[in-house]
Write a protein that binds this ligand. Structure first.
Ligand SMILES: Cc1cc2nc3c(=O)[nH]c(=O)nc-3n(C[C@H](O)[C@H](O)[C@H](O)COP(=O)(O)O)c2cc1C
Length: 192
């Protein structure tokens, strides 16, 4: 196996900045990002993803911002779009629990991130938010659960952030070795 196979540049160039600019994203581009999410695969084609979004300068943006941990809100405040992704946890066709809902919300979210990358935009996902507060503030219907928060926007100036926040961008991006995550056969035995 090759040590570091080349991958598509849309995947290799995506990363999660903290320096965002509130420069607007036009409506057509914004719609295209969520269109990319809409075409993600999902279990039973249930499409359990929902995205509550707020644009910079609106109450909706402030509401989502208020759910973020201080470590996230300090930089995410500048992003033009803030999002809470939501999973519909029950299949509409039979009322049973959809245990793949979180998986599929993640798939749709990554599609959005790839489309954003292709358009020169940036997406930074966040687990650091108050899910209970999001339920309360965003009017989520029954069986709808917040999954993640994320910021979408144009790149901003890291020097406008507190130095310890901007420093996060300077950290080397690392990953586990391929051999650790690609298990051929079964765990604990040679491949085949
Ligand atoms: C579900 C999820 C939750 C995350 N939570 C946070 C967070 O709360 N704050 C933060 O700064 N980054 C968060 N991240 C970003 C990750 O730290 C980042 O994706 C990872 O370090 C890899 O870096 P990269 O996206 O630049 O490749 C989160 C990412 C995901 C997918």
């Amino acid at each position: 196996m090759h040590p570091q196979p080349a991958i598509h540049e849309l995947l290799s160039t995506r990363w999660s900045p903290v320096a965002f600019s509130p420069e607007p994203i036009d409506d057509a581009t914004l719609a295209a990002l969520f269109e990319a999410a809409r075409w993600a695969p999902s279990c039973f084609n249930a499409q359990p993803w929902r995205f509550v979004i707020g644009r910079h300068g609106t109450e909706a943006h402030a509401r989502i911002l208020s759910t973020l941990t201080p470590g996230n809100s300090v930089w995410a405040a500048n992003a033009y779009i803030l999002v809470i992704s939501v999973a519909h946890e029950v299949f509409s066709h039979n009322g049973k629990a959809n245990r793949w809902a979180g998986h599929d919300v993640g798939m749709a979210s990554m599609s959005l991130a790839v489309e954003a990358t292709a358009r020169g935009l940036f997406v930074h996902f966040m687990g650091g938010f108050d899910a209970a507060k999001a339920v309360e503030l965003l009017g989520l219907p029954e069986h709808h659960t917040p999954v993640a928060a994320f910021a979408i926007g144009h790149r901003g100036d890291p020097n406008a952030l507190p130095p310890e926040v901007a420093a996060k961008e300077a950290k080397a991006r690392t990953r586990k070795a391929l051999a650790e995550v690609m298990v051929e056969g079964a765990f604990g035995q040679p491949g085949g």
